[in-house]
Ligand binder design. Structure first.
Ligand SMILES: [Zn+2]
Length: 213
């Protein structure tokens, strides 16, 4: 017998993992208002070899009181811009939030143990991406056979190609190449059909649509 809780959660608490250095990619990065501060909130996917777990963590760069539009050169975001610029040999001031999604990074993951009110219960602690240590490389140069093969897979199969349709009518045969993002949802994938990158979900969905139509 199950009873339904009268309140539903807005989302799950982020996972808590071992404090360490990890490889990771940026899923999104946007400016938000958090606790009255202008903050750049980033969503990260950790690239953990031989793990099927999709661990997603947030990262926060506080920019100061809301309405302030300029970035302080000592801020974490400016530091992250310099990390990208050091890799591209570009101007850190020209590094946009969007461009962070073009690279994979070495990052430091930290456990959040307190908030503004004080220490957090052990059960309420969670992990965040604390800092970018360096740019690992361009996402497009990262081989699907490397770090990302397993984190991208879903379900039971040990090789991703088993779950991808071998061909999508109207698009073409399955191709595996460099890491890119699904055209439909931005999910990381190394698989495409006739030049159209598809994640597992959207490869299957498309195949089903075509199969019925
Ligand atoms: Zn997709």
């Amino acid at each position: 017998m199950t009873t339904t809780c009268p309140f539903s959660w807005t989302e799950d608490l982020p996972p808590r993992i071992k404090e360490n250095e990890y490889d990771a990619v940026v899923l999104s990065m946007k400016k938000v208002n958090r606790f009255g501060l202008t903050t750049v909130e980033s969503q990260w996917r950790l690239l953990i070899p031989d793990s099927r777990e999709k661990i997603q963590l947030s990262g926060y760069c506080n920019l100061g009181p809301t309405k302030q539009a300029k970035i302080h050169p000592q801020s974490k975001l400016a530091s992250w811009q310099r990390a990208v610029a050091a890799f591209t040999r570009g101007n850190p001031k020209h590094v946009t939030l969007k461009s962070f999604r073009e690279y994979w990074f070495r990052v430091r993951v930290r456990t959040v143990t307190r908030n503004a009110q004080g220490p957090l219960h052990d059960r309420d602690q969670y992990s965040v991406v604390d800092d970018i240590l360096s740019v690992g490389g361009k996402l497009s140069d990262l081989s699907a056979d490397g770090l990302l093969t397993l984190p991208m897979t879903q379900g039971e199969s040990s090789t991703p190609t088993l779950s991808y349709p071998s061909c999508i009518p109207g698009l073409g045969p399955l191709r595996k190449d460099a890491l890119t993002r699904c055209e439909r949802c931005d999910e990381l994938t190394a698989f495409s059909y006739g030049g159209h990158a598809r994640c597992l979900l959207h490869a299957r969905e498309r195949a089903d649509e075509e199969g019925q139509g």
